[in-house]
Design a protein. Structure first.
Length: 215
């Protein structure tokens, strides 16, 4: 009997709370507006600074040819032998430039360099946004010791909100199961509170920003 009375009291309080709504604590607030002030720098400069500060290697290229030239220099300098790219557009371009690039995703854990595109670049934090919907999936940024990302200036946005707005505005919106935000090479401080580079993610992260709107 006591249990039934207690249950009725709880239900009564729930009904009352549903009928009487709590007043809006901040009436008129714009919840869609960014809480961060936009950076005064040109987005490309802001991204480059934040990206380099996080330990990444940034290279601005006027076109794909300059990208290929700089990449070739890095290949010779670092003695990269095994490169993998599983996305068709950059793979076709790299092979056209006579780079020795494999397309088999199973080779990613054993490669020297993995090359991929991305969804967006976030200027404020210097972050690269990749999604599980891409051909490379989520494995590439975590298994390759060196990750080379190729992006275009039309993929550069100011903040995280712009990424979500951009995804939802696409006519071919793919609703990926996950988004990953890569800010610099992989690092962790889980062991002994000492920062270890490359423990969770690539040891080196390169970003080539090409001044055009796509391949």
């Amino acid at each position: 009997m006591q249990e039934s009375a207690t249950r009725e009291k709880v239900l009564k309080k729930l009904r009352a709370s549903l009928i009487s709504k709590t007043p809006e604590p901040t009436p008129g607030a714009d919840y869609h507006q960014s809480i961060f002030q936009p950076a005064g720098d040109v987005p490309e400069y802001a991204f480059a600074k934040s990206f380099r500060d996080s330990g990444g290697y940034f290279q601005f290229c006027k076109d794909e040819i300059e990208f290929a030239e700089v990449l070739m220099e890095l290949v010779h300098k670092n003695q990269w032998r095994n490169m993998v790219c599983t996305e068709q557009a950059p793979l076709d371009f790299l092979r056209q430039c006579e780079f020795n690039v494999a397309a088999d995703a199973s080779q990613i854990p054993n490669c020297d360099v993995a090359i991929s595109s991305c969804e967006y670049l976030i200027a404020r934090t210097g972050s690269i946004v990749v999604s599980s919907a891409s051909v490379s999936g989520r494995s590439l940024p975590f298994f390759a010791s060196t990750h080379v990302v190729v992006a275009f200036t039309n993929q550069l946005v100011q903040d995280f909100k712009d990424v979500l707005d951009g995804l939802h505005s696409r006519k071919e919106y793919f609703n990926p199961s996950s988004l990953s935000f890569i800010t610099g090479p992989g690092r962790t401080a889980d062991i002994g509170n000492e920062t270890v580079i490359g423990a969770q993610g690539p040891l080196e992260l390169y970003l080539f920003l090409i001044d055009k709107d796509g391949w």
